[in-house]
Design a protein around this ligand. Sequence first.
Ligand code: HEC
Length: 93
Amino acid sequence: MKNAHPGFLVILAFSLPLPLMAANIENGAELHFDDCTGCHQEEVYTRENRVVGSLQRLSRQVRFCKDAVGAQWFDDDVEDVIAYLNQAYYRFE
Ligand code: HEC
C-alpha cells in the first residue's frame, strides 16, 4: 500500500463500524411517536407517582410496553427509545 492516497485512510476510518456508537435519540423519538402514544401520553413519564426509578427499570418497562404493543423493533431501536425517554424525561445517570 505504498502508493495509497492518504485520503484512503480517512475513508477507511469512517467506514469502520463504531463500537461505541451513541444511541440515536432522534430515531428513538420517532419510534416513540409512532408506536408508544396509543395507551398513554408522555405525561406518564412525568407524573408524580411514576413507577420507573432507574435506568434498569426504564429498560424493562420499555421492553414490556414494546411487547404489549407488538412493535417490531431491533435491539438498537429499543436502546434509542430508552435513550430518548431518559434524555427527555427521566435523566438517570
Ligand atoms: C398497550 C398499551 C400500552 C402501550 C401501547 C404502551 N404502553 Fe407504556 N405503559 C402502559 C401501562 C398500562 C403502563 C403503566 C401505567 C401505570 O402504571 O399507570 C405504562 C407505563 C409506561 C412507562 C412507565 C411510566 C412511569 O410511571 O415511569 C414507560 C417508560 C412506558 N410505559 C413506555 C412505553 C413505551 C416506550 C411504549 C412504546 C413501545 C409504550 N409505553 C407503549 C401501557 C402501554
